[in-house]
Design a protein. Structure first.
Length: 299
């Protein structure tokens, strides 16, 4: 069904006169009459009854008019939505990220970006690395900030920053007075680990494997605050990301990991073959340009 003909139908219904409607629409009266007749043939129903020199909606026309108004309104809404999607200063960015990026890095990125782009909204998802990648793969997220690099070849990953990890120990731990440590210093101690599927869990297991050992996991947590809380309670030690600069974690001391593998690289992920609206592309370019710098200032 031609929406232009539907619009013309509504104009005739409003004016009650084909000639007057044609004048407002700036089309010829015969052309408008042919369009209405064609619409009636498509619907297999007469839409107007003649009254004197004018027309009124038939009983079929009254039924169709209700739906016609909705059709036109939906088309106008779709056009507005498309126009907004094409505007880099308006619209929504769906961003997924690791729990460890939640306290300062991602809020800092969004705050800096919205300072110059106040019309951009964000829909946020926090999860472990494997789920964050899945959100981008199935289209529920436009972009993701994650570590390590996802294995799926359909995802593009660009590193933002490489950070040295830390060993979190209770404040009264035998190593608490040191500034640096190695995993071999705590091989026999209970470990508070991140759950399987998280990037830091994979790094922890790799660090132990390099020492020919396996971590003796006493507890598991999904969020950094939980892991650090369990360390503060004296339930074990943990490999963690460095806390934001100036953040004090009561009951916990953070020692820089001296192991060669004691690092992680945080990167930005997107689906290479999927089209991105300008609002998403604008934020993607900003993160690639400024993300490493802002991450550095957050730690």
């Amino acid at each position: 069904m031609d929406l232009q003909s539907v619009r013309w139908f509504l104009a005739v219904a409003e004016h009650g006169h084909v000639t007057n409607a044609a004048s407002e629409l700036r089309v010829s009266q015969p052309g408008l009459s042919r369009a209405i007749a064609r619409l009636e043939r498509e619907l297999d129903a007469p839409l107007f009854d003649r009254v004197g020199r004018g027309v009124v909606l038939s009983r079929y026309g009254r039924v169709f008019a209700e739906h016609a108004r909705r059709l036109v309104a939906e088309e106008e809404a779709a056009r507005r939505a498309l126009a907004q999607a094409a505007d880099p200063e308006r619209g929504e960015v769906s961003l997924a990220f690791l729990h460890t990026q939640g306290p300062s890095f991602v809020p800092g990125l969004i705050r800096r970006y919205r300072r110059d782009h106040p019309g951009v909204a964000f829909r946020l998802s926090q999860d472990r690395s494997e789920r964050v990648a899945a959100l981008v793969l199935d289209g529920r997220a436009d972009l993701a900030i994650t570590s390590p690099r996802p294995d799926d070849p359909s995802l593009t990953w660009r590193p933002l920053v490489t950070e040295r990890l830390q060993l979190a120990v209770p404040a009264d731990h035998r190593l608490a007075s040191r500034s640096r440590a190695r995993v071999r210093d705590v091989l026999d101690e209970p470990f508070v680990a991140f759950q399987v599927g998280t990037g830091l869990r994979a790094v922890t297991e790799e660090l132990f494997a390099a020492c020919g050992a396996r971590p003796r996991i006493a507890f598991e947590g999904e969020e950094t605050s939980t892991v650090r809380g369990l360390v503060a309670a004296g339930l074990g030690v943990a490999v963690v990301a460095p806390p934001p600069a100036g953040e004090d974690v009561p009951g916990v001391r953070h020692l820089t990991l001296a192991d060669p593998g004691g690092v992680r690289t945080i990167g930005l992920v997107w689906a290479a073959e999927r089209s991105r609206p300008p609002v998403v592309e604008g934020f993607r370019a900003f993160v690639l340009e400024r993300g490493g710098e802002l991450r550095g200032s957050a730690n």
